[in-house]
Design a protein around this ligand. Structure first.
Ligand SMILES: [Zn+2]
Length: 103
């Protein structure tokens, strides 16, 4: 599993998806759903929570009939398919992996 600092993770996300964090794409390790902060906002989730959920909780936790109920902060983390981000205060946070860009 990739383990990187928050700074490196942000840099990689910008490189992949651009400056707009709402457009950063993450993939659920359980069902493979690809999601962005924007998807959560459109589902009525408040922006700050939407940003956090985009890389830690599957859209199915908020939207019925889409994705699943997986969460990276659950017991099984990201099933070994995610990443570990090390925060400036040395906490290790497990997050969903980046999704590929749309072709
Ligand atoms: Zn899912």
């Amino acid at each position: 599993m990739v383990k990187q600092t928050l700074e490196d993770w942000r840099a990689e996300a910008r490189e992949r998806f651009g400056e707009k964090t709402a457009a950063w794409r993450f993939v659920c390790p359980k069902c493979g759903n690809v999601q962005t902060t924007q998807d959560f906002v459109e589902a009525g989730v408040e922006v700050k929570e939407a940003a956090n959920m985009s890389y830690q909780g599957c859209i199915g936790r908020k939207v019925q009939g889409k994705g699943c109920d997986w969460a990276a902060f659950g017991l099984l983390g990201t099933l070994g398919k995610g990443r570990i981000v090390v925060t400036p205060d040395s906490r290790e946070v497990e997050v969903f992996d980046f999704a590929e860009n749309e072709k």
